[in-house]
Write a protein that binds this ligand. Sequence first.
Ligand SMILES: Cc1cc2nc3c(=O)[nH]c(=O)nc-3n(C[C@H](O)[C@H](O)[C@H](O)COP(=O)(O)OP(=O)(O)OC[C@H]3O[C@@H](n4cnc5c(N)ncnc54)[C@H](O)[C@@H]3O)c2cc1C
Length: 418
Amino acid sequence: MQKRFTVVGAGSVGIGVALHLQQRGFRVVLIDKSLPASQTSYGNAGVINASSFMPLNNPALLGKLPRLLLNNHAYLRYSVPHIVKNTPWCYHFLRACTRRKSEETCRALNALCSGALDEHRALMQRCGNMHRLSQNGWLKLFRKAGPLQADSKEAAVLDAFEIPYRAVSINDIRDLEPHLKPVFSGGYLLSDSSSVNNPAMLLREYVEQFLRDGGEFVQSSVQSIRETVATGSGGFTLEIGNDSLPAENLVVCAGPWSADMLKPLGYKVLLGFERGYHQHFKLASGASLTRPIHDMDAGYILAPMEQGIRLTTGVELNHRDAPSNFSQLQQVLPRAKQALDITEPTEDPVWRGCRPTFPDSRPVIDQAPRHENLWMAFGHQHIGLMSGPVTGKLLAQKISGETPDIDLTPFNASRWVS
Ligand SMILES: Cc1cc2nc3c(=O)[nH]c(=O)nc-3n(C[C@H](O)[C@H](O)[C@H](O)COP(=O)(O)OP(=O)(O)OC[C@H]3O[C@@H](n4cnc5c(N)ncnc54)[C@H](O)[C@@H]3O)c2cc1C
């Protein structure tokens, strides 16, 4: 009899885990309170860029801190009460800005991300949705020299990891994206970077394939998880509404909700929230954008999507469920309009999501410390759309006793799960 796995959370990570467990012959039930990919995995910038391994909390952040503490930069905002309530997370997040810690994270995430595009491509081939992928790079652009342009340090990291990129001049920018206005003085093109034109649809199409291959999707909110037999080796019971669902083997992939979900099982998880927003805009007649661009000085990304041009914001450190604060979006919108002829917003509402982030900016991909039938995959911060499928592969390899493609020690649970 095949083992049965229940995966909670149908975001990029949970979908990746479900598909890879299924590929190894397990029976898999995927549960989500909403439609698949309705939360963080819905609203990201759609970038699949293996070189996005440099964490936000790198040594350069400390240099930018005096400026960022003014709490008026689009790159990073914070809620003071949230920071005060979450000093352990903030303390460890800032401690990880040392060169040694940051390099450790770069190496770990580089290993994780290096197989990410291949995994997406393999899934797209299986699902017949390769048309969603554009492989024409990601433009990181600077307006002028300034304090935040110290990000050319990123170039040094790209060199160290032998990531292909090429510096672009004003003329290059015009050739690559003729409809960008001449506000940028230069930048670089990450030529191996790819992007997708609708992250939620991409992932929902993966789920359709999972269903065609015999997987099961249950749309229900998991209110609580308890051990069926309190021994650490038995299964679990998921409370869903007035009903309950047995789960012999459980994988928690609930992104920013994962810590809440694990609380009833006695786990304390030091997971933080980096919130972000997006809004879709129409393009003026005749204008176009063919790849995502990152306006490094103004702190936003513009990405061409099926729904329009998606303007995504930087980081807001605040509780997952606190009311929205649109100030970053309002701040970057005029700057985005300087760069590209976007006109009115489409009818979609402004979207808010929440990057789930551990203090060292590395996800947990591991067995739970005290339950042999419980597994964890969450905390993918800014790179979870890209690394969901590869995470699924690595965890499925570990679960099924294969040697994972990469060393999973940097992603162990004991770092932040007690
Ligand atoms: C503005 C922004 C831009 C980004 N850009 C990029 C990018 O360009 N490239 C990239 O790779 N990443 C990007 N990211 C990061 C990426 O979106 C996340 O890392 C990723 O989506 C996390 O996936 P996940 O599956 O862990 O979480 P989620 O997608 O949030 O999935 C968790 C799931 O758990 C479900 N769930 C929660 N509680 C329950 C419950 N009680 N019962 C049942 N189900 C439950 C939720 O409904 C949800 O579907 C961006 C993020 C933001 C916010």
